[in-house]
Design a protein around this ligand. Structure first.
Ligand SMILES: CC(C)(COP(=O)(O)OP(=O)(O)OC[C@H]1O[C@@H](n2cnc3c(N)ncnc32)[C@H](O)[C@@H]1OP(=O)(O)O)[C@@H](O)C(=O)NCCC(=O)NCCS
Length: 285
């Protein structure tokens, strides 16, 4: 597939991924009028727009669940299919990249528990977002990529960043909330796209209390810059937090709840002496 317009300028590693994958979109058909089916000119083929109430794509739905399970691994929060359906596909959408079954090694089909003669799409990444009650606001529910278990067969470096940037554009998301763990490697992806305003730093309502709730603002310019190949490193910050510190997130939450201070993470993690630090500024920026 030849890339045109904005995507001609993205880094070659993302262009290489787009050359061997196909985009897909899974949602309730009634949501489609609110989606951009040609994000940055990269059209989602008609047959790859999948309805969550279509009974003929059962194997694809199973493969998506397997992608979630394999990528999150044993420490993850594996999702039941009803969670995909109730909390993703019907109310929001799943955008991702896929490779056709007949172009994949038999070993990979086996990993996904797909039949050897499966020729439909095999999803290698997914971004799930859900609209919130607040008009215009979305919640990023899931992002995952097959890189961790497909690396032997494919070099898909940059798959998650590319998937999130195209997914955000497909769903026309500008104000995005999310919940992620302070020590998650996925911060490299979220922060490659934009700053993250911290709305809660200690979240006992979540299964993992060392979770932050954040808000980011996305624009076309930010999404395309994220794909330029240059890491979004903070040039200025007020302080660095060591994400392994067992106390900082509770102290930060106290200041947020007392309305004494707000915080924004303003650049990708910094790795030093075996530790991970995040650059923060005071205020919402
Ligand atoms: C986290 C995850 C989405 C990353 O997917 P991926 O396709 O390997 O990520 P990308 O290749 O797009 O990585 C983008 C950048 O982040 C870095 N990165 C990715 N995962 C990282 C990790 N765990 N630790 C440190 N850096 C990481 C990459 O090196 C890359 O850096 P670069 O821009 O300097 O080249 C994937 O490992 C995954 O699905 N994990 C399980 C699910 C999960 O944790 N999801 C996020 C929570 S919602």
């Amino acid at each position: 597939m030849t890339l045109t317009g904005d995507l001609e300028k993205i880094h070659s590693k993302y262009q290489s991924i787009l050359a061997v994958t196909e985009p897909y979109l899974l949602t309730y058909p009634g949501n489609l009028d609110h989606m951009n089916l040609k994000p940055f000119g990269h059209e989602i083929p008609r047959e790859n727009i999948i309805s969550c109430i279509d009974s003929t794509r059962k194997d694809f739905f199973n493969a998506l669940q397997m992608l979630d399970k394999l990528s999150f691994g044993p420490v993850g929060m594996p999702m039941e299919k009803w969670v995909f359906f109730d909390c993703g596909e019907m109310v929001g959408a799943i955008y991702g990249l896929a490779v056709r079954g007949d172009k994949l090694d038999a070993a990979i089909l086996k990993q996904y528990s797909l039949p050897a003669d499966y020729t439909d799409l095999v999803p290698v990444s997914m971004y799930i977002a859900i609209p919130m009650a607040k008009p215009g606001a979305w919640f990023g529910h899931n992002l995952c990529s097959a890189n961790s278990f497909l690396a032997e067969h494919y070099n898909f470096s940059g798959l998650a960043v590319l998937t999130k940037a195209l997914g955000v554009k497909t769903m026309n998301i500008h104000e995005a909330f999310g919940a992620t763990q302070w020590e998650s490697g996925s911060l490299n992806i979220h922060l490659q796209l934009a700053n993250m305003e911290v709305h809660s730093s200690y979240t006992p309502a979540h299964s993992f209390e060392k979770t932050m709730t954040y808000r980011s603002h996305y624009t076309d310019e930010k999404l395309l810059t994220a794909l330029s190949g240059t890491p979004r490193v903070a040039e200025e910050f007020d302080f660095l937090v060591d994400v392994s510190d067992p106390e900082f997130y509770k102290n930060m939450q106290k200041k947020i709840e007392a309305k004494e201070e707000d915080y924004t993470i303003v650049g990708r993690p910094v790795y030093q002496d075996g530790k991970t630090f995040l650059p923060l500024k005071k205020g919402h920026i």
